[in-house]
Structures are given as C-alpha cells and as structure tokens.
Design a protein around this ligand. Structure first.
Ligand code: ZN
Length: 62
C-alpha cells in the first residue's frame, strides 16, 4: 500500500510508494512537495517504518 504525507506548507497530500519508502526514506531527511516544491522533513515514525521495511526485505545487517 502507499503512504500519504501532507505538505507542511500547502497541505497537499503526497502519495509515497512502498518501494520509495523502503529504498529512500531511511537514508533521506527531506522529501519535496510535488505541488509547492518545498522540502518537508520526513517524520521519525516514517523513517523507522522505512528501516523496518528494509530489514524485512534485506534482513538487518550485521
Ligand atoms: Zn507543498
């Protein structure tokens, strides 16, 4: 399923595809609004969720 982030500035919802979340969110700190192009901070919850998704797919490293 896709996740939704809402822009802090214009309020536009931005759908985040699962693979974007898994491959990108754990290492990124911001995501750009597709409407006003302002960088929104990725919330900690989504970052830890992204890390979990990564662990599920690739196994945790160490
Ligand atoms: Zn925006």
């Amino acid at each position: 399923m896709d996740y939704l982030m809402f822009c802090d500035y214009c309020g536009m919802p931005k759908p985040i595809e699962e693979h974007i979340m898994r491959e990108y969110f754990w290492i990124a700190s911001h995501v750009y609004c597709s409407h006003c192009e302002i960088a929104n901070v990725i919330p900690d919850e989504l970052q830890s969720l992204a890390l979990e998704m990564r662990d599920d797919r690739y196994g945790s490293k160490d």
